[in-house]
Design a protein around this ligand. Structure first.
Ligand code: ADP
Length: 257
């Protein structure tokens, strides 16, 4: 707590009392710490691929290029790290956009049934690669939403479900409505998330298993972006999970009027 005090004197310099102003700065300090951590995280995340690209390029230029096999394997690493860098920059720009005060989505009546089918088609390759079945249990639901943004949300949840599930499992997407809300559930039979980790899941750069996320191409920003996008729709997102059994993300969105 930041406290400031000053005496209050009367017309003839007589002592009238004292004014005390106190600010609770714990919240400010906390926000400042989050900002500092974020900058440190961004720097670290960007530096890792850059260091790798630089190192492998230098080694090639120093003579390693003379061996075609080495050249090929180094170029593959350089390509992979460049793609990672590109994705990080893309996610960072996206996050800074959706986090800005006053960020708004272009909400209009949107058919979620079609939208979910489309998102499913966009992840078909990834599903096939892991032999994962996508089961859709849909009904007609029209919400007030921004199609492109909601496809982005669905892709993020589906790609996570695929990434954190073993091969030959099933991902189920359910669409329903209740009261004045549309409800989307994305359920997987994956590794699950410890109860103690659930609260931090939507934080920027938070990853339960850093190495696993990195290897699968994750940036740790996907769920933060999802949360901001859904909140910009005046909706909410919830997660329920059991380690070794699976995870369900549930999204609530206001129905179109
Ligand atoms: P990432 O790019 O690492 O996937 P996200 O922000 O999308 O970042 O997710 C944050 C973390 O939440 C992930 O690193 C992972 O540990 C956990 N996570 C997200 N979705 C799932 C899921 N369906 N099953 C298990 N863990 C998940």
């Amino acid at each position: 707590i930041d406290v400031y005090g000053a005496p209050v004197l009367g017309e003839h310099e007589q002592w009238l009392g004292i004014v005390i102003v106190s600010h609770d700065i714990t919240e400010l300090k906390r926000l400042e710490q989050i900002r500092k951590d974020f900058v440190a995280n961004v720097s670290h995340e960007l530096r890792t691929p850059v260091t790798s690209i630089k190192g492998f390029t230098e080694t090639l230029l120093d003579g390693a290029y003379k061996d075609p096999e080495t050249t090929l394997s180094f170029l593959e690493i350089i390509e992979k790290e460049s793609l990672r860098l590109e994705m990080l920059v893309k996610d960072l720009l996206e996050l800074s956009k959706v986090e800005q005060a006053g960020f708004q989505v272009d909400a209009m009546p949107t058919d979620l049934e079609t939208l979910i089918e489309r998102a499913g088609e966009l992840v078909e390759r990834k599903l096939e690669d892991k032999n994962i079945e996508l089961k859709l249990e849909l009904e007609p639901v029209i919400v007030q939403g921004d199609t492109n943004r909601l496809v982005q949300v669905m892709m993020n949840l589906l790609i996570n479900a695929i990434t954190y599930s073993p091969a030959k499992t099933v991902i189920t997407v359910r669409l329903s409505k209740k009261g004045d809300e549309g409800i989307i559930e994305v359920e997987d039979q994956g590794i699950g998330i410890e109860a103690s980790e659930i609260d931090r899941l939507f934080e920027r750069f938070y990853r339960v298993d850093r190495a696993r996320s990195r290897n699968s191409g994750g940036t740790g920003l996907g769920l933060s972006i999802v949360k901001h996008l859904i909140e910009a729709h005046h909706g909410k997102v919830e997660v329920a999970s059991e380690v070794g059994v699976g995870t369900t993300f549930t999204i609530y969105l206001p129905l179109a009027k």
